[in-house]
Design a protein around this ligand. Sequence first.
Ligand code: NAP
Length: 363
Amino acid sequence: MIDRFETTPLPRRIPVTVLGATGLVGQRLIALLAEHPWFVLAHVTGSARTQGMRYGDAVRWRVETPPPSAALDLPVEPPTPAASLAGHIVCSALPASEAETIEPLYAAAGALVFSNASAYRMAADVPLIIPEINPDHLAALATQRQRRGWSGALVTNPNCSTIGLALALAPLQRFGLRRVLVTTLQAASGAGYPGVASLDLLDNVIPYIGGEEDKIETETRKILGAWSDTAFAPIPADAMRISATCTRVPVRDGHLETVSVEFDERVTPDDIIAAWQAYAGEPQQRQLPTAPPQPLVYRKDAARPQPLYDRLAGHGMAVTLGRLRPCEVLDYKFVCLSHNTIRGAAGAALLNAELAYARGLLA
Ligand code: NAP
C-alpha cells in the first residue's frame, strides 16, 4: 500500500466513479483511493467483458499490494452516467476511443471528469494539467462549460512520458529553453493489460510506439504554455524545438528518458540542480494528499536513476533525475525517470482532482 500524507479528515468524503476500473490504470486508482482522506470509491465500470460481475472476480489484479477489500464486492457497471452527478468525481482510465464518447456524457451529467485518455488532451477548451506547472489552466473550465453547455467539466492529465519530461523542463524554462532532444525507454505496463506479447518484448527493444512521439512534442508545449482568457497559447515550435524518439523496453513499471537540452543563457550544472531541487508548486503549498513533498529528486550516484530502485520515489509521484553532464551537441544532458501508472497516470488524475477540489471547483 502506498502511504498517505497527513491531511485533515473531512466530514463527508466525495464519491468517485472509476471508468475502466479493471485496467492497469484503473487498478492503480482503486489502490490510491483506498485510504484517501477526501474521496471515497463509489462506482466502478468495465467493458461488456466484465459488466455485471463482482469487481473482485472481474479484475486481474496487477498492483504489488492486495486489492482493497472495499472494492472487491462492488458490481462492475456499464459506463452510463446517472441522471445527475453534481458534486461527483469521475476518474477515467478508458481507452481513448471509448473516452471520446463516454467522458462527455459524465461531464454533461454534472461530474468533474479527470481523464487519463488522450482523446481531449489537445482540445481548445480542455486543460491538460500537471498541478505543479500549470494549475492556472483550470481557468479554461469556464470557457469549456460555456461552449459545451456542460454542468460538469473535463480535465486531462498528460501522456505518461510527457509528465516526467515536462516536470524536468519546467524549472529550466527560466534559462531560455531552446531545444530538447528526448529518447524514452518505456515500461511494458505503459501499453495496458495484457499489453505487448511477452515473446515480442522479452530479450528485445521495440523502437516504435504509435502516436507517442507526437504526444510528447505537442503536449509539452501546451503544458509549458499559457492560458490567456479564452484560449491556450502553447509555446510555439520555433521558440522551443522538441524532438522525441520512443521505445518500449522489457521493464515492468517506470519510464526512463534520456534528455539533451540547449539554453539561451549560460547555465552551470549547479544552476540546473538547484532549480530542480527548489522546485515546488501549488500541490506542495496546499499539501494535497497525493502530492510528493519534493516533486523532483536529483541523485548524484553515477548509475541512477533506475526503474527498479527509483520508480517509487515520493510514493511513485516524484520524478528522479540524474547523470547531469555537458552535451557535445546541445548544452547539457541528463536522465529522468517517473512511474508511468502512478505519476504518469492514476496519481496524476487524482492530484488533478485534489487540486480542483481544493480550489473549490466541485461546489
Ligand atoms: P487497460 O489496462 O487496457 O484498461 C482499459 C480499461 O478500459 C479496462 O478497465 C477495460 O474494461 C475498459 N474498457 C475497454 N473497452 C471498453 C469499452 N468499450 N467500454 C467500457 N470500458 C472499456 O489500459 P490502461 O493501461 O489502464 O490505460 C487506460 C487509459 O489510460 C488509456 O487511455 C491509456 O492510454 C491511458 N494511460 C495509460 C498509462 C499506462 O501507463 N498504462 C499511462 C498514462 C495514460 P474491461 O477490463 O472490463 O475490458
